[in-house]
Design a protein. Structure first.
Length: 335
């Protein structure tokens, strides 16, 4: 990877500050060191937010952060565009905000729209630029862009998405095992419940820290129990969740959160270690709900896998090499 001045400057900024590694950051590097470098070192943020991720955020908020929905989301009257049209308009809006020209209409950015369409290989089979522009300057897309001009930092969702998320929320909050796992509606004064709880810890053997926002952290003093509950929505049937764990490396997320809580527990109860549990509360595309409890033996195995991956991350981080995945960067691979 040949570096230019901008990259050297970005690296200098990145390495001049303490780095707090999250599950998503580790997963990004394991997926592609180059993608990690672009997003975390160069600071080029991703603009795309898939529909299923938005739905997951909404359901998460409705269940775990009651009363915060209208602070985080805004419902628009028309349907929110999906796929490439949304990517294009979000990119144009980011440009407009950056250049302080938010008041300009979407049609002003035809040149930028055409450039994005080429980049995305979107409607390139059409013969003229006029035909391509017409695909973007539809009534629906213009209405969406006008709504972007009115909103602040909130995520926009359609009324259809909102109704769907309400149905999913009802399924979870009416499931006995989910209610018990999440301590939903708990009134016991011996129980402290925290949602989106931020924790960090220093890893003695590495130059970076770990961090995480825990969906639900429950401290049950009467049971001397600390439980971490992570809420997941999945596009696969509920009985395939084990495969989903492997695909998205949710085992690393669980291990990171458990390590954070172990340090939290040591600080909270230095002479009296409490039991720590980890649960995945999952709802699938058929609105089936299940609580997957993680056994101590499984967590020990996952912790070993995590530290193997942390060694990989540390190699990239220390050597400042992000051009290839760890196994290929370290040695010649012969097929």
């Amino acid at each position: 990877m040949t570096k230019n001045n901008n990259q050297f400057e970005a690296e200098e900024r990145f390495y001049s500050e303490l780095f707090y590694l999250s599950y998503s950051g580790l997963n990004k590097l394991l997926y592609s060191p180059r993608v990690f470098y672009k997003q975390y070192v160069m600071g080029v943020k991703e603009e795309k937010l898939d529909v299923h991720l938005v739905e997951g955020k909404v359901v998460h908020c409705l269940i775990l952060e009651e009363g915060q929905f209208h602070n985080q989301f805004m419902i628009i009257p028309s349907k929110v565009p999906e796929g490439n049209p949304k990517i294009i308009m979000d990119s144009i809006w980011a440009k407009a905000k950056n250049e302080k020209i938010e008041a300009l209409e979407l049609g002003h950015f035809q040149e930028e729209i055409l450039e994005m369409m080429v980049k995305l290989n979107y409607y390139q089979a059409l013969k003229t630029d006029v035909q391509r522009i017409d695909k973007i300057l539809s009534e629906e897309n213009i209405a969406y862009y006008q709504f972007l001009q009115k909103q602040t930092t909130k995520t926009l969702i359609s009324s259809e998405t909102y109704e769907k998320c309400l149905e999913m929320t009802d399924e979870v909050t009416s499931d006995e095992s989910a209610i018990k796992s999440l301590y939903h509606g708990n009134v016991d004064t011996n129980v402290d419940i925290h949602s989106e709880h931020y924790l960090t810890t220093k890893l003695e053997q590495y130059a970076f820290y770990l961090k995480g926002f825990l969906d639900r952290l429950v401290i049950d003093r009467s049971k001397r129990l600390i439980r971490v509950c992570d809420f997941k929505t999945t596009a696969k049937p509920i009985d395939k969740f084990k495969e989903t764990i492997e695909f998205f490396r949710y085992n690393n997320q669980a291990a990171i959160y458990t390590e954070l809580v172990q340090k939290f527990n040591q600080d909270l109860h230095p002479d009296d270690q409490w039991k720590i549990e980890f649960h995945f509360t999952v709802i699938d595309l058929f609105k089936q709900v299940y609580v997957f409890e993680v056994s101590p033996a499984t967590m020990i195995h996952w912790n070993a896998l995590l530290h193997n991956d942390l060694e990989k991350f540390n190699w990239h981080y220390v050597n400042k090499k992000y051009n290839l995945p760890y196994e290929l960067a370290k040695e010649k691979v012969i097929l």
